[in-house]
Design a protein around this ligand. Structure first.
Ligand SMILES: CCCCCCCCCCCC/C=C/CC(=O)SCCNC(=O)CCNC(=O)[C@H](O)C(C)(C)COP(=O)(O)OP(=O)(O)OC[C@H]1O[C@@H](n2cnc3c(N)ncnc32)[C@H](O)[C@@H]1OP(=O)(O)O
Length: 280
């Protein structure tokens, strides 16, 4: 019997199912032919990651793991943004408890995505700064549409990202390139990201990006899934262990830093600039 929260809706033709969970800011669509699930973030306008989106992402990742999908493709419902990273509005002028929750849920999403044994790929159909880049680099493969930006821009904002947040990024780039990009807070264009190895392929449309991600996941069709998954996790084990050791202290450090008057001031100015940009 279907769980009451699980509505099965016919999505594209008869070969895919849109499995809408109780969540509202993400959808999961499973292709019946390939068995691959597409997880779409849908929090207009820019998929900024508030607590609700972070919780919905976790619920969708577990749903995909539990429904025995063959792989997970992460993408966005919006035409020019994959995800704008953490919702800065939610971190501004708030209490320490809320900041602790924001950071804990960001950690939870990252570990769920980075640590899943399923094959994962990101169809990056728009800009992916900061937390957007974090999600993309937690996946095993990235396909991006042209003329967008991706990167960890924290240094540009005068803030220091913890090591776990950089670890997907440092996994995919040569150490020297990663160090320079992180110290510069560099945002890569799609072409630059492709040349550096931050993204694996470029696709001219979202559909093509999803197809290329599906082809990557399909490349494991003849590999034993248990062997594949355990091999993947061996590669990621050191980063995961290191993260587990510091995760609680990391929440406390983030809450202390983000609530400090200096960082709150930076956020206020940053938000003003974002709002004014919209008026220009
Ligand atoms: C200053 C940040 C402080 C963070 C404090 C942390 C404390 C220290 C901890 C150390 C760890 C740091 C880890 C951080 C992880 C993060 O993810 S921080 C978030 C960083 N994100 C960004 O810098 C992205 C900002 N946004 C953009 O660059 C652009 O919006 C875009 C390229 C994504 C899209 O551009 P465009 O399509 O032109 O849309 P806009 O007109 O700019 O925006 C539309 C709309 O969305 C609002 N918005 C954009 N980004 C965010 C966001 N991250 N949070 C909340 N809201 C956002 C923007 O204000 C517009 O709103 P209005 O339409 O004007 O109402």
């Amino acid at each position: 019997m279907l769980h009451s929260n699980l509505l099965r809706l016919v999505a594209r033709g008869s070969s895919s199912r849109l499995m809408s969970t109780a969540t509202k800011l993400t959808t999961v669509e499973v292709n019946d032919e390939t068995g691959i699930a597409t997880l779409t973030m849908n929090r207009p306008p820019v998929n900024s990651q508030n607590v609700q989106l972070l919780l919905d992402l976790q619920a969708s990742i577990s749903e995909i793991e539990n429904n025995k999908s063959r792989g997970l493709i992460l993408t966005s419902a919006h035409s020019n943004v994959f995800s704008a990273g953490l919702d800065i509005f939610e971190m501004y002028n708030t209490d320490v408890e809320r900041l602790r929750t924001v950071w804990t849920e960001l950690q939870n999403v990252w570990i769920a995505l980075y640590g899943t044994s399923l094959p994962t790929a990101a169809a990056i159909n728009g800009h992916a700064p900061a937390g957007g880049c974090l999600l993309a680099t937690a996946c095993e493969y990235r396909v991006m549409r042209p003329n967008f930006l991706i990167g960890l821009n924290e240094a540009q904002l005068g803030i220091i990202a913890p090591k776990w947040l950089m670890s997907g990024f440092t996994n995919v780039l040569p150490k020297r390139v990663a160090e320079r990009a992180l110290t510069q807070g560099r945002m890569f264009t799609t072409q630059e990201a492709f040349e550096a190895g931050l993204v694996d392929e470029i696709a001219s449309s979202k559909e093509e990006a999803v197809e290329k991600c599906a082809a990557f996941i399909g490349s494991f069709a003849k590999v034993n899934p248990l062997a594949r998954g355990l091999t993947k996790l061996q590669f990621r084990a050191d980063n995961i262990k290191e993260f587990e050791k510091i995760r609680e202290k990391d929440v406390a450090d983030f809450a202390a830093l983000a609530s400090s008057p200096e960082v709150q001031k930076v956020m206020g100015t940053y938000l003003e600039n974002l709002k004014n940009k919209g008026k220009k």
